[in-house]
Design a protein around this ligand. Sequence first.
Ligand code: FAD
Ligand code: NAD
Length: 440
Amino acid sequence: MTKHFDVLYLGSGHGTFDGAIPLAARGKQVAVVEPDLIGGTCPNRGCNAKITLDLPASLKNQVDRFQGYGLDGKTKLDWGANYAHERQVIEALPTMIGGMMQQAGITLIEGRGQFSDAHTVTVNGATYTADKIVIATGLHPHQLTVPGAELTHDSSDFLNLKQLPEHLTIIGAGYIALETASMALAAGSQVSLLMRGDQALRAFYQPLVEQLLDQLVAQGLDLHRNWQATKFTAAGDQVTITSAAGELTTDWILNATGRDPNTADLGLEKIGVNFTTNGITVDDHLQTSVAGVYASGDVIDKQQPKLTPTAVFESTYLMHLFSGDTTNAIKYPAIPSVVFTSPRLAQVGQVPATPTAQQHVNLVDLKADWYREATRDLTGQTLTVTDNDQHLIGAAELSEQAENTINTVLPAIQYQLTPAQREQLVTLFPTIGFSAWAAI
Ligand SMILES: Cc1cc2nc3c(=O)[nH]c(=O)nc-3n(C[C@H](O)[C@H](O)[C@H](O)COP(=O)(O)OP(=O)(O)OC[C@H]3O[C@@H](n4cnc5c(N)ncnc54)[C@H](O)[C@@H]3O)c2cc1C
Ligand SMILES: NC(=O)c1ccc[n+]([C@@H]2O[C@H](COP(=O)([O-])OP(=O)(O)OC[C@H]3O[C@@H](n4cnc5c(N)ncnc54)[C@H](O)[C@@H]3O)[C@@H](O)[C@H]2O)c1
């Protein structure tokens, strides 16, 4: 017998569960289809796994900076123990998230979903119908097409390494490439990073990106610009990478050249859901080209960064839409982003390469703040961008605590606080929050 639901989600990541759980708790009949680990990329092979491995790496760098300033004796990162801790932290997450869904009354269906019509999905031969179906199938690592590409590895493979290679080579210059380089350098690997062009982290404020690259090079990064791999060849236990610029032989290669939307084999063409190579096309209510079929999270073709906070915001919006709380179009807030390198690079809002007459840019050295002297965090900068009425409209920072600076100033941007209103918000002293608030 075909089971019918109010809402059925394809995928169980943040694009689904942050909205699906409260939706089911409000009495809607909800189903979630998932072929893999419950919770999707972020908990299992993304944010949570990565940050657990990174925290000791960034802490090690902080301890190193305090040598001769109150600490005596450098520390060593034990990758095997770091990996074991990562597993301990993340292994329980699928059961925890699945338990929260079941407790709310959600039916979990194991398997890969495929549309047979706009209201019907088949999973392992069984048929399920729903008034509304949400496609939240996320992304998968981009595959290189040059000969020998099967000799490279993806970010999940890296997060599962019990032991780091002596010489790691990373292809790409985005989030995953730089975060992995930062961790591996702290763990003592030799790291080469091959940039296809001349710019890393294209969406970020480039003067700060260049400072970040300088700092990683100072930590030992072997950085090659304009170096495009044309071939990979096995060389004993190693792999040789060929490019027009020369050859490089290495122990292990991370392909960090981006992630592509999971739009294949869903039956989208059959039911008429439009999509591009960047994801599923949606309107301002996250509805696809087919009535009753929605999309949420990374799989959407959008301008906003494909991050967990964006996926959480979208799944929560859909929960309100499906519950009848709103009929309004989605209105995205200022969405912050951070690269978890050491130092971190974080930003939010407008960070113009060439400011207009309405954008006033102020770039200040961390050194100007006494608290950064106390934290031995002295080499980055803080960027603030204000409009003609002194509202904060953008901010960025390169520092070990940049994520906390940007989190602190978010309300000033989102609610367009005036200088007088900002004065009414008093932060703890001495903290990074105080420094951040003082900077705006
Ligand atoms: C290494 C790495 C580190 C990251 N670090 C951060 C970070 O620090 N901060 C941050 O904000 N973001 C980070 N991200 C991005 C973040 O993980 C994603 O933005 C987030 O997971 C998006 O959630 P989602 O639900 O849209 O997709 P996913 O979490 O990818 O979930 C999609 C789910 O759909 C399932 N699925 C696929 N096809 C089907 C089908 N046919 N039927 C049913 N289910 C299907 C998949 O198995 C998957 O579980 C990171 C990503 C990676 C890869
Ligand atoms: N801290 C975070 O929030 C975080 C961390 C990791 C991943 N993520 C998310 O995961 C996703 C994927 O991250 P990513 O770093 O793989 O993608 P990305 O888009 O950030 O970077 C891809 C990089 O690969 C390069 N590239 C593309 N094709 C190439 C080729 N053929 N040869 C060489 N270089 C090539 C690009 O120029 C770019 O530098 C993003 O959506 C990102 O938002 C976020």
